[in-house]
Ligand binder design. Sequence first.
Ligand SMILES: NC(=O)c1ccc[n+]([C@@H]2O[C@H](COP(=O)([O-])OP(=O)(O)OC[C@H]3O[C@@H](n4cnc5c(N)ncnc54)[C@H](O)[C@@H]3O)[C@@H](O)[C@H]2O)c1
Length: 371
Amino acid sequence: LNGIKTYLEAKTLTDLWNGFYKGKNVLITGHTGFKGSWLAIWLTHLGANVIGYSLEPHTPQDNFVLSDLEHKITHYIGDIRNSETLQAVFESHKPDIVFHLAAQPIVRYSYTNPVLTYETNVLGTLNVLEAIRHTPQTKTGIIITTDKCYKNKEWIYGYRENDELGGFDPYSSSKACAEILVSSYRDSYFNTNEFEKHGKIIASVRAGNVIGGGDWADDRIIPDCIRAIIANKPIVLRSPFSIRPWQHVLEPLYGYLTLAQRAYAHGKLYSGAWNFGPNNNGVTTVEDLVTTLIEAYGSGEIDIQNTNKLHEAAILLLNSDKSNKLLGWRPKWSVPETVEKTVEWYKSYQFEDVYHLCTEQIEEYCNSQLQ
Ligand SMILES: NC(=O)c1ccc[n+]([C@@H]2O[C@H](COP(=O)([O-])OP(=O)(O)OC[C@H]3O[C@@H](n4cnc5c(N)ncnc54)[C@H](O)[C@@H]3O)[C@@H](O)[C@H]2O)c1
């Protein structure tokens, strides 16, 4: 209830955290990636001491590189599968809060590289949980999994946090395994019944298909569209009619930041799993999303090939009532707004200071009316 009261009294999103992150030691795994780089920028903007642990960025155009995060945070290149180097970073920096995002996150890649996918997503998560367990100063761990961790039953309504876990492809299944692992650690080592003894809260978070500026990953719809438009080629759609919960990257990040603050400040109620999905109007087909992007960009054409041979769920929705009711979290940007902000990044990154571009978008998001 404390959290809800704070939410109702807040005028902007930044008010919600009320200086909480200033001076906190926050460790992000996966900070060189798409979501991790935005989270690192947001936390730096809030005055946190950010420590990052990841592999090298993929391309010189990555958000991490262009926003010069290497010189704004404490930056480590390290493999999440290496428990010793990870533990050494925990020992050096004694993080108050950990956001674990490092993963092999691409479904199609997981079909050809299942072992690497499970090692990274499951054993990597195990190493993070162990490091949290052995670091007394670490009070809050937010483990990022995915909406794909649910056993997909092609329901036309959203999955709830206590629905059955599963996963057809190796990526989805590896994230469901990570969820089971987190749950076991929560029961065995971070049990809320013994909170007074260990003082730690561990939550897992499941967001939808995230889009925004600075993602250049292979085999993701927005980077694929941008690469095709820049190369003046048609945008090939393999599964145009798949329905997905689209959301701007800032939406789940706002959820993760709110959850971590509440867990750190208020404890027990925030242990467990949390969904952060879009409203119904954020749920559209791949083709509709790409059509909106073409309109916003002012160029591009679709080439529907329907050639997808790999299994992909036709429909996937998330129910976010729990985050809504207990955190006061709700999505703020519609699909057209989300696409507009995404296009703004890709049209500006060559001409503008990218750190400034991102913090401006974060400010706009924070100053949007709470709905
Ligand atoms: N992008 C989405 O739509 C989406 C949706 C749901 C969940 N997620 C989850 O969010 C997280 C971040 O995804 P993203 O979209 O930013 O992916 P990304 O590929 O852009 O970033 C992945 C990050 O993980 C790091 N990493 C990968 N393997 C590693 C290893 N062995 N050791 C250390 N670091 C390693 C990379 O260096 C990078 O920093 C992932 O856990 C992903 O599963 C993403």
